[in-house]
Design a protein around this ligand. Structure first.
Ligand code: HEC
Ligand code: HEC
Length: 227
């Protein structure tokens, strides 16, 4: 082996070492999740997310969001937002604070594939058109440009799928971005605050009703706590 070749080998070894160091310091959202490991942790989630029609009563009565079939990176982003306090909902904050970064990655992998084999979207490419009034509202903030034309294909995997999510939950979520300074129910998100604040609550309710009426990937997969 000549000297130049040895040097190249050495450099690629050093390079590999840097790459693996880089993985260690990667963002929490980028940790690789293991759906099987996630299955072992979700016992504490199914009491709310695994019961059809289960309602939360705070800050108002609404169905808890569907998370089976949501995208993994978004589930992780949402759990991290509760953990860090950017999302204030008290019970989800308490739960997220008990989870490690690896737990979050595993749970997110599990739920993104739960009821959606392999996690690949099966949502229809085209969704029914909104009424002229709702279309104008959606266009005003160009919602589809981030959440996807069918509201199931967000441009970034850390953005949520919205199609078919419970309308009453979507309404509560939209109001929470509007009330970003509220220490109990607020959601502090620089992107969504700007959009939500452009609308009255009555308008947000109409948007939520339309998005909730669409066909999407998310479902409630009923699960027993005693398996
Ligand atoms: C006591 C009932 C309850 C339990 C238990 C619970 N959740 Fe939640 N979860 C909720 C409610 C209510 C919300 C909506 C909170 C809000 O308005 O921000 C929520 C929101 C979420 C969201 C955000 C969904 C979205 O579309 O943004 C995720 C992700 C989530 N929960 C995951 C979990 C996981 C994972 C567990 C178990 C480790 C869990 N939850 C346990 C009630 C619960
Ligand atoms: C520039 C990109 C962008 C645009 C445009 C946008 N959103 Fe979002 N949306 C996001 C991101 C990012 C999040 C996740 C925020 C977080 O982590 O809480 C989000 C979250 C949401 C949520 C919460 C979903 C859940 O499961 O909790 C709803 C509802 C929503 N958006 C609706 C809308 C509507 C309606 C519009 C148009 C009026 C819109 N978005 C425009 C990027 C966008």
């Amino acid at each position: 082996m000549d000297c130049a070749l040895k040097m190249t080998k050495l450099f690629s070894l050093i390079f590999a070492a840097f790459v693996s160091l880089g993985t260690v310091s990667a963002k929490a959202q980028d940790i690789k999740g293991d759906a099987k490991a996630g299955e072992g942790i979700i016992a504490m989630c199914i009491g709310c997310h695994g019961i059809k029609g289960y309602q939360a009563s705070f800050p108002e009565v609404y169905r808890v969001p569907m998370i089976s079939g949501q995208s993994a990176k978004y589930i992780a982003a949402a759990l991290n937002a509760y953990k860090k306090g950017e999302r204030k909902h008290p019970s989800m904050r308490g739960i997220a604070q008990t989870l490690t970064d690896q737990n979050i990655a595993d749970i997110s992998a599990y739920y993104s594939e739960h009821g959606l084999p392999g996690g690949a979207s099966t949502a229809p490419k085209e969704v029914k058109a909104p009424s002229a009034k709702v279309a104008a509202l959606l266009n005003k903030a160009n919602c589809a440009s981030c959440h996807g034309a069918n509201y199931s294909s967000p441009v970034d995997p850390s953005y949520p799928k919205l199609a078919g999510q419970h309308a009453d939950y979507l309404f509560v979520a939209l109001k929470a971005y509007k009330n970003d300074a509220n220490q109990v129910v607020g959601r502090n998100n620089a992107i969504m605050a700007g959009f939500a604040k452009q609308f009255t609550n009555a308008e947000l309710k109409q948007i939520a009703a339309y998005l909730g009426s669409l066909e999407g990937d998310m479902k409630v997969v009923a699960q027993s706590r005693f398996r």
